[in-house]
Design a protein around this ligand. Structure first.
Ligand code: GDD
Ligand code: MN
Length: 378
């Protein structure tokens, strides 16, 4: 590449399409944009690259900042997404917008070591690997000042990852890597795109075992802004693993809905026995209270976990959601009783009729709440 630039001159080199696209997902990272670009420019001095920011409608001034740099620096582009959130899907969209033969991802917050980029590029140019991953766990890498609890989560998640990938990744949680366009193209149609573990998704979604190289780096401490990943990212991660494991057979969301419903049954009987036995209340009244409590429990847990990506927030949205949830469940109960009774009257065995009723009611509840309570945003 250096020879080529020498022959063509720097101007002509700048006119050719970039060899490397660096995708940077951002959400409220205003103060990190320029420092990151400076560091990348220093690291990749003389290379033909571009930086594509993918921002999910930040409100902290990241967008005006991106616009300002994109107007003056031809190496910089950005994609502005509205009404959507998600690290993985942002990265995928950035990559899809590129025509470069090599694609990289790096966090905006300067926690990844950009001086690794030239080495990553060299490995891919040499054809020795399809993907180069920055790892905190190979000799020479490190976790920086991460809290012990997050280190533990990260290590556990690494073990679980072995369930869905064959490659010997020491740091499957890494959000810092570079791959060839062919490798990405092999995965892109099968990606789950959920959550934040894009690297794992790429590996698990590729029909072949990708040739991997890992390079060590030390995870740095965030200087500006704050981390977007809360405790529940672990949950999203487990959903991704489950999707890759059983998604072909049953939608993971439906499984989740069933599990929450199962726990709801325990809540129901807990409340029932408390009121009936503990407080000597009337049976019908206790059953009504137990039903409402269990439904409310189901609503909030599903809102938090099953429909995390379409989570209802704010008092008004929650009240509306809760009301539609009650209505759907009431209709589900009617369907349940109707089906069970009809079958029982046609001489089906009592538990078979009961089970069929529960099944019909549950499928209705799932389908109808996903349509009405947790509507997909347009
Ligand atoms: N577009 C977009 N949309 N970007 C996002 C979103 C989102 O919903 N959520 C986070 N980001 C961006 C942040 O702005 C940042 O540039 C990057 O994604 C990483 O987010 P952080 O909030 O800084 O994540 P972290 O430091 O906790 O996690 C890091 O460690 C993980 C290793 O376990 C990241 O490097 C992850 O990529 C990595 O997987
Ligand atoms: Mn970070």
């Amino acid at each position: 590449m250096d020879d080529q630039i020498a022959v063509l001159g720097p101007q002509s080199a700048a006119l050719t399409a970039p060899e490397l696209t660096i995708v940077v997902p951002t959400f409220n990272e205003r103060d990190n944009i320029r420092p990151l670009l400076d560091l990348i420019a220093k690291a990749l001095d003389g290379d033909n690259y571009e930086v594509v920011f993918v921002d999910d409608d930040s409100r902290d001034g990241t967008l005006p900042e991106l616009q300002a740099v994109a107007r003056t620096d031809p190496k910089v582009r950005y994609i502005h997404r509205i009404g959507r959130r998600g690290l993985s899907s942002a990265v995928v969209e950035g990559m899809l917008s590129s025509s470069a033969p090599y694609l990289a991802v790096i966090d905006a917050d300067l926690q990844h070591d950009e001086t690794l980029l030239p080495d990553m590029l060299a490995v891919l140019r040499g054809g020795e690997a399809d993907i180069v991953v920055g790892s905190r766990y190979v000799e020479g890498g490190g976790m920086g000042e991460w809290a012990a609890s997050r280190q533990l989560i990260s290590r556990t998640a690494t073990r679980i990852a072995k369930l869905i990938i064959r490659a010997e990744l020491t740091d499957p949680m890494s959000g810092f890597f570079m791959l060839t366009r062919e490798a990405f193209a092999g995965s892109m149609r099968n990606l789950s795109g959920q959550g934040y573990k894009i690297l794992l998704d790429i590996f698990a979604s590729h029909p072949d075992t990708l040739r991997l190289r890992e390079l060590p780096y030390e995870f740095r401490t965030r200087q500006h802004g704050e981390s977007k990943l809360d405790a529940l990212v672990t949950w999203e991660y487990l959903m991704l693993v489950a999707d890759k494991l059983f998604g072909r057979f049953v939608p993971v969301r439906f499984l989740m809905f069933l599990i929450v419903g199962g726990i709801g049954v325990f809540v129901h009987f807990g409340v029932l026995s408390l009121l009936l036995k503990g407080m000597g209340a009337d049976f019908q009244l206790s059953t009504i209270a137990a039903t409402v409590t269990a439904m409310t429990f189901n609503f909030f847990v599903n809102n938090l976990l099953t429909y995390r990506d379409r989570r209802l927030r704010g008092v008004w949205a929650i009240v509306k959601g809760l009301v539609s949830f009650y209505i759907v469940y009431s209709l589900g109960a009617v369907a349940n009783v109707g089906v069970a009774t009809a079958l029982f009257e046609r001489d089906y065995v009592w538990w078979g009729a009961g089970l069929a009723g529960v099944l019909v009611g549950t499928v209705w509840n799932y389908a109808a709440t996903s349509l009405f309570t947790w509507k997909q945003k347009k």
